[in-house]
Design a protein around this ligand. Sequence first.
Ligand code: COA
Length: 191
Amino acid sequence: MIFDIIRSRRGGDEFPDIYELYREAEKRLRSRARDYRIRNAREEDLEYVKMINYKTLPENYPSYFFHDLWSRYGKSFYVAETIDGRIVGYVMCRVELKPGFFKKFLVRSGHIVSIAVLKDHRRRGLGYALMVYAMKSLYEEYNCGETFLEVRVTNNPAINLYTKLGYRIVKVIHHYYLDGEDAYVMARPLP
Ligand SMILES: CC(C)(COP(=O)(O)OP(=O)(O)OC[C@H]1O[C@@H](n2cnc3c(N)ncnc32)[C@H](O)[C@@H]1OP(=O)(O)O)[C@@H](O)C(=O)NCCC(=O)NCCS
């Protein structure tokens, strides 16, 4: 049963190139999110990032966790902000050396630790752009050969987003979340 679900959500075998995705992200921002911009997070953004995380996800973290990711992997920590300077979304990552899902040796893998966009600002391409900016930086700045993430098996908006960006389900972790829900691990090679 679970393998049928995985198979049906696996998508094609092609991994879209991150530069192709980047051009698409820019196009989406120009057409649907003219009043927003994506930029690297600054230290003073972290309290807003934490607030968005609390509002949108059950997986929450203490302040030092956000600060640690920002100070170690700041080039892949992005925020989406309105033209009047309100932070409405973020993505934060970590780099891990681990056995590859696609390469049979240790790889530097860019772990998408958390991404969220505030409800009123969704469906404009911000989630797509945040992800693509992070993936590009994981490759260019941190030399990652793969990227991966965990997602609740019922989180269809996020699963759709990741699938569109070339991520494939590579594993199921049973009872991964504190409330007992399973997680898909989704991954793709870079670039
Ligand atoms: C997942 C999330 C970040 C998407 O952000 P967003 O800015 O709305 O995403 P985008 O507008 O860039 O959408 C990109 C793609 O994602 C998918 N998607 C986004 N929202 C969706 C929804 N409600 N239903 C189905 N698919 C959806 C679509 O494939 C969409 O592509 P399209 O615009 O061509 O249809 C946002 O829904 C969110 O913050 N959710 C709560 C936090 C969360 O679940 N984070 C992920 C934890 S693993």
